[in-house]
Design a protein around this ligand. Structure first.
Ligand code: FNR
Length: 369
């Protein structure tokens, strides 16, 4: 019973004190803009707003869900409220961390609740895909999904897909049978949008096509190249076997840049590009490849644990100014125009994509749309 709550703290502690990032990049170093010497726009006319699930946001950045599950205003609550105030200030969306703890211990609800400080934020609840598996005892269904969203007055629900993390964790939930069917049934009745999100190993086009076919509203690709959950589990592992397994899978997955290209190529779903997004040039590349948002988690954790709203805002404003600058240098007045600027894809990312999609057609088609 206490396990879920303790686990949360260990995760946050390791994320703050150790290097839990992938040892490999997220692939965007292989994606290149073509500099434009005559942008033919004024930098200060650039509009960074985006639309997503019927709402308009001022900037194309999404604060990815991280935590929740403590009582009252303790650590997790402080983190969420701090992130929420920053999201409210900038009019960008945010997610909370897994609400499994809240389903088990309803008294922890306040640690996910941010409406008091962020009345207008587009807020996304969070439950784990394995909880919907047919082999899961006390399997989740619409009741838990409604509870997750409505208790915190969220606008949408994220279902996190994390088979990598679960598979290298001794107490991991490695049941995944029947999840797609359960999500299809949930989607058919559920009155809120559902975002399927990975947590650091990326979404392939095959999975994206299935998610689109059951009516999922958006995908957060949560790709390889940022926080490694296998890395976090490496530090948590108690014995050599556990450490070896987590270390072996530290860099498992589909890089964020590749995942964005696959999902954009194969589906029409809105994309959140999360996983190792650490600067605005990289974020602009993700938007140019067709993402609606760049998502960020780990870099915001440090100011958030201190309750430093301005610290969170400062990091986000740096990203925003870098995105704006990149847009100026490719002559994109808004994100829609950014999606059409020429891109050159090289190296590993190109080699991968050439075997998976018609890369030339992908690059051409994004310019026609
Ligand atoms: C996460 N992430 C996460 N995702 C999720 O769906 N539910 C969760 O409970 C958590 N918890 C969590 C805690 C902490 C401390 C971190 C850093 C991250 C995953 C997160 O949303 C994101 O997908 C990945 O962290 C990749 O983004 P970054 O960290 O590379 O920017």
């Amino acid at each position: 019973e206490e396990l879920t709550v303790i686990r949360k703290f260990e995760h946050i502690e390791h994320c703050l004190k150790r290097n839990v990032q992938a040892h490999t990049s997220n692939g965007f170093e292989d994606v290149h803009f073509v500099h434009m010497s005559l942008p033919e726009i004024d930098k200060d006319e650039i509009d960074l707003s985006v639309e997503f699930l019927g709402r308009k946001f001022d900037y194309p950045i999404f604060i990815a869900g991280m935590t929740g599950g403590t009582k009252g205003s303790q650590l997790a609550g402080k983190i969420n409220k701090t992130l929420a105030q920053a999201a409210q200030e900038l009019n960008i969306p945010m997610g909370v961390g897994s609400q499994r703890a809240m389903i088990r211990k309803p008294e922890t609800w306040e640690s996910y609740y941010v409406r008091d400080v962020a009345p207008d934020v587009f807020l996304v609840g969070n439950l784990g895909a394995p909880q919907f598996a047919e082999t899961m005892p006390e399997r989740y269904g619409i009741e838990e999904a409604l509870k997750a969203v409505e208790t915190i007055q969220a606008d949408a629900l994220a279902i996190h897909m994390n088979p990598l993390q679960e598979s290298v964790q001794p107490e991991g939930d490695t049941q995944y049978r029947g999840v797609l069917k359960a999500l299809a049934e949930l989607k058919a009745e559920f009155p809120y949008p559902i975002i399927a999100k990975e947590t650091g190993a990326g979404v392939s086009m095959e999975v994206a096509i299935r998610l689109e076919s059951i009516g999922i509203d958006a995908i957060d690709v949560g790709g390889l190249g940022g926080t490694s959950w296998s890395g976090v589990e490496y530090y948590r592992a108690k014995d050599e076997i556990g450490k070896d397994l987590a270390l072996r899978f530290w860099d498992w997955g589909i890089k964020t840049a590749i995942s964005v290209a696959e999902v954009r190529y194969a589906t029409e779903l809105p994309i959140i590009a999360t996983g190792g997004m650490r600067d605005g040039i990289t974020m602009a590349k993700a938007l140019a490849m067709g993402a609606t948002f760049a998502g960020v988690a780990l870099p915001l954790l440090r100011p958030a644990v201190k309750g430093d709203v301005e610290g969170v805002v400062k990091i986000l404003r740096r990203y925003i100014e870098e995105i704006r600058n990149a847009m100026f240098l490719v002559g994109a007045r808004n994100v829609e125009e950014l999606r059409k600027v020429p891109l050159v894809i090289t190296g590993f990312t190109r080699e991968w994509l050439e075997q998976r999609i018609d890369l030339a057609e992908f690059l051409r088609a994004r310019r026609r749309k």
